[in-house]
Structures are given as C-alpha cells and as structure tokens.
Design a protein around this ligand. Structure first.
Ligand SMILES: Cc1cc2nc3c(=O)[nH]c(=O)nc-3n(C[C@H](O)[C@H](O)[C@H](O)COP(=O)(O)OP(=O)(O)OC[C@H]3O[C@@H](n4cnc5c(N)ncnc54)[C@H](O)[C@@H]3O)c2cc1C
Length: 469
C-alpha cells in the first residue's frame, strides 16, 4: 500500500494524536502511524491515566479512613485487586476508544506498524507493508522504560515490575521495593502503600525530586516517612535474586550494606526517548547525547519539513508539553505563525499530598542570583482546608521585588494539581500580585490560598499573624 499525504504523524500518543487531529482540522490530509494496537501512547495506556485512576481509588479509601474522626462509621475497608484492575482497564479502554473515534471523525488514515524514514519524504511502515509519501512529517514517538542494568537484571527478566506491570495491579504484594525516587516511583509507591503493601524506597541521589523546591518535597517526604517502611537516600541496590517467596535484595546505604526480602520489586529508574530505530541519521537528523532530537521554536528539526514533539525533545517529559508542541507543529505546517514560546510548564506530583510548581523555583532563583519576593500561605490557616481536614501544605508565590510580576508558584496540598493552572495562567499573562489580590476568589475554596499567598507577599494577609518588625 502506498499513501500520498500532506502530513504523516509517527506515534499516536498525546503529542501525535493531537498533532494529527489539529492538522486535519486545519485542512490537511493526515496519515497517523502507531505501532501499538490502541491510540493514546504511554500517557493514556500505561502512564498518566492508569496511574491517576489507581491513585484516585486509593485516595477514596484514605479519605474514608480519615473520615472516621468526622463521624463516618466504616467497619472495614478492603480492596478487590481483580475489580480494581478491571476498573483501570475499562477507564483506559474507554478513553482510547474515544481517541480512535476522534481520529476517524476527521478522516485521518490510521496505519498500525513501526514507521521508519527511508527517504526525506517517505516512511516505510513495518508490519503494515506500507509506504507513506509526505510533504510534512511530525515525529512523536515518545519514550520507553530504562531497563535495570545488566548486572542487576541477570535472569530476572520480566519478574521485576516496571510501571507498566504495576499499573495493571496484577496483585497486591505484601511488600514492595521501589527502586527510584522520581515522581513515578513515589506515586506508585504511595499508591501500593495505600493498598496495604509495606513499601521501601531506594534512591541513589541524596534528594528526592531534585527539580522541585525542598520545602515542597519535604511535605511529601513527611508523608512517605509515615507510609513507607523505609526511604533510603544516597543508596544503591547491588543485587537482586529470586527466592521462593519473592526477591532477596542487597542495598548499600549510607550506614553500610543490608539484605532484605521483598514480595515484589518495582524498577522506576527513568525513561529514554524512542529515537534509535527511525532512520534519522541517514536523513542528517542527529540526536543529542540523551537521544533527544533538537528542534527550534516551531518544533522543526534540521529538516524544515520534519517536526519533532513530546518526550523525544528537550524539556520536561510531560503530556501537556507534548500537546502544546503538537498544536504548534500543526499550525506551522498549516502556514500559521505559531511558536512554542511558553514561559512555564507546570509540573505536578499526584502524591498524597499533591505538589505542583510552575515558572521560577526558589532553588533556581538562588542559584542564578535572581532577586525574588516570596509570599507563603499555609493551608492550616485556610477555612476550606480545615473544613475538609486537609491542612497539610501551603501555597507560595515568587514575584519580582520591583514590578511585583508573578515569576513562579509552588503548591503542596489538596488540589495542588488543579490550583497550579491559575499560577501558570498568571505567569503566561504577565500578571502581578495586584491581579491575584483583586480577583475575587470564591469562598470557601482552596483557590483562596493563592489570593492569600499574594497578600502575604505584601505582608497583608488578614488570616496570618502580623509579621514581627
Ligand atoms: C507511570 C507514568 C505516569 C505518568 N504520569 C504523567 C502525568 O501525570 N502527567 C503528565 O503530563 N505526564 C505523565 N507521564 C508522562 C507522559 O506519559 C509522557 O510525557 C507522554 O506520554 C508523552 O507523550 P508523547 O506523545 O511524546 O509520547 P508517548 O505517549 O510515549 O507516545 C508515543 C507513541 O509512539 C509510538 N511509537 C513509537 N515509535 C514508533 C514508531 N517508530 N512507529 C510508530 N509508532 C511508534 C508508541 O507506541 C507510542 O504509542 C507519565 C508517564 C508514566 C510512565
């Protein structure tokens, strides 16, 4: 089969399917190539959606447990792993079907198979024996899991979980060793702890989540200390062996080597871009030392008719960044003036409590000697937080001391994932403290904490004690 098309999109994740739909809506003929059976990519099928579905279920149980002090009587809370797994699967399948319908609705031609460039205007799709000739291409092939190093992996094969397996909830193990203290390890570790598993976390670096400010991370660490059996920082797993009941693991910590048994092990040791098997170097498109494809503000590679978006480009490997780039690429292909010139990309951890930040962080401000004023408001002083029993955390706002322009926002606590959008909009619009203060925030809501943090930056929050002068 041979197709001639305006645009070929390689990869049907959030970046790829958004680019395909946006280009079709702008009048372009589009062929979308995806190697997996379902559309949606890692985010929908193995990442954002299944993980947040699992976390939501665990949070419901946690809320019920906490509500015992509020007068709710509940004898016993338990989990049915089969029903939980089915719920996650159905959620994913429904959304993936929805994406397929959106693609069909635009008359986008979908081809299943592995695409590889054979010319600068042709890709061959392995598995479908198809050639697609194109005027423009959008590469959106995403990322894959880093396998454990060979010395650790010897003979274990797929016995050790990755996030892919953990999110299908094949069982609720009695104990789980999480290798890796990034957001995936923390989110899944906390979710299993909430299901009743005894969790231990090992991280090689001295800090969890180096990209976030320490005060935000500390809120999560405090919770992990309560939920987890142990958190080993500056530590390394040196050996994993199969035992009758699970795995025997050697861990070198700051205090020496320990050996322990775990029913299950989760390797959450990062991801790398899918850029090695695309025929890129023959086209003259080189990747950097991390395997990422360099692009300009319009998401063009060195070949102006070939674009790259999402996890295979520099910047945070997050679905919303891929989606924004997808729109830019589609608009540029359609001849519009468009650029990926966003000032900030929000980052969210769906931990308990959630943390989120956007724009400038305090750590970055200090490192680069950028003067900032910081206004901070604790949720313990917020009526809504008290009324729902979720007072851990705070909102902080970083502003330019002279102009009071909002430069960054960090939130730890309930609904941080939703609230951070206001901070992001404020930064993108060049808003100042005054804008957040005079905009009426509905009462009683968590959003008032943003207004209060803006007032705190001017030492004018009526719900905080007057600062000692
Ligand atoms: C456990 C987990 C939780 C996550 N949680 C979040 C979250 O809460 N929020 C968030 O923003 N991000 C989250 N992410 C990250 C998010 O999933 C990615 O940033 C996002 O999926 C990137 O989108 P993409 O379109 O670049 O690539 P992907 O979603 O990886 O899609 C790429 C697609 O391309 C296909 N493909 C690859 N090579 C080829 C080829 N040669 N031919 C044809 N098809 C090909 C793949 O099969 C895949 O379907 C999470 C990731 C994981 C693993």
């Amino acid at each position: 089969m041979i197709y001639d098309t305006d645009v070929v999109v390689i990869g049907g994740g959030p970046g790829g399917y958004t680019a395909a739909i946006a280009a079709a809506d702008l009048g372009k003929e589009v062929v979308l190539v995806e190697s997996a059976e379902q559309l949606g990519g890692v985010c929908l099928t193995r990442g954002c959606i299944p993980s947040k579905t699992l976390i939501h279920v665990v949070n419901i149980a946690d809320s019920v447990r906490q509500a015992e002090t509020m007068g709710i009587v509940c004898e016993k809370i338990g989990f049915d792993p089969g029903a939980l797994a089915a719920h996650i699967r159905t959620t994913v399948d429904d959304l993936a079907d929805g994406v397929s319908r959106l693609v069909k609705n635009r008359d986008i031609e979908q081809v299943q198979g592995h695409a590889r460039f054979i010319e600068s205007n042709q890709v061959y799709v392995d598995g479908a024996n198809t050639i697609v000739r194109f005027k423009h291409a959008v590469i959106a092939t995403g990322s894959r899991i880093n396998e454990l190093p060979e010395d650790l992996d010897a003979g274990l094969g797929s016995d050790v979980w990755t996030s892919d397996q953990a999110l299908t909830v094949p069982e609720i193990p009695s104990s789980l060793l999480v290798i890796g203290g990034g957001y995936i390890g923390l989110e899944i570790g906390q979710a299993y702890a909430g299901l009743g598993t005894r969790v231990t976390l090992v991280e090689t670096s001295p800090h969890l989540l180096a990209a976030a400010d320490p005060d935000l991370v500390q809120v999560v660490i405090n919770q992990c200390k309560k939920q987890f059996d142990a958190v080993h920082l500056n530590s390394r797993v040196t050996k994993i062996t199969r035992t009758d009941t699970g795995f025997g693991v050697k861990i070198v910590t700051e205090n020496g080597e320990t050996s322990d048994d775990f029913a299950q092990v989760l390797a959450a040791t990062g991801r790398r871009p899918n850029t090695t098997d695309l025929g890129l170097s023959a086209l003259g498109i080189d990747t950097n030392d991390q395997g990422l494809i360099p692009v300009d503000e319009q998401c063009r590679t060195v070949l102006p008719h070939i674009f790259a978006i999402g996890d295979i480009t520099a910047g945070p490997a997050l679905a919303h960044k891929a989606v924004r780039q997808a729109r830019v690429a589609a608009e540029v292909i359609a001849g519009k003036k468009s650029a990926y010139d966003n000032v900030s990309v929000p980052a969210v951890l769906f931990t308990r409590p959630e943390i989120a930040w956007t724009g400038l962080t305090e750590t970055k401000a200090q490192k680069n000697s950028i003067p900032v004023t910081v206004g901070k408001f604790p949720l313990s002083a917020l009526g809504r937080a008290k009324s729902v029993g979720r007072t851990h955390g705070f909102v902080k706002i970083l502003t330019d001391p002279d102009s009071e322009q909002i430069l960054g926002m960090g939130i730890a606590g309930e609904h941080a994932s939703e609230l951070i959008a206001e901070g992001n909009l404020a930064i993108e619009m060049g808003a100042c403290l005054e804008d957040l203060i005079v905009s009426i925030h509905p009462h009683p809501t968590f959003s008032e904490a943003i207004m209060e943090a803006a007032e705190a930056a001017r030492h004018k929050s009526v719900h905080l004690m007057k600062p000692q002068r």
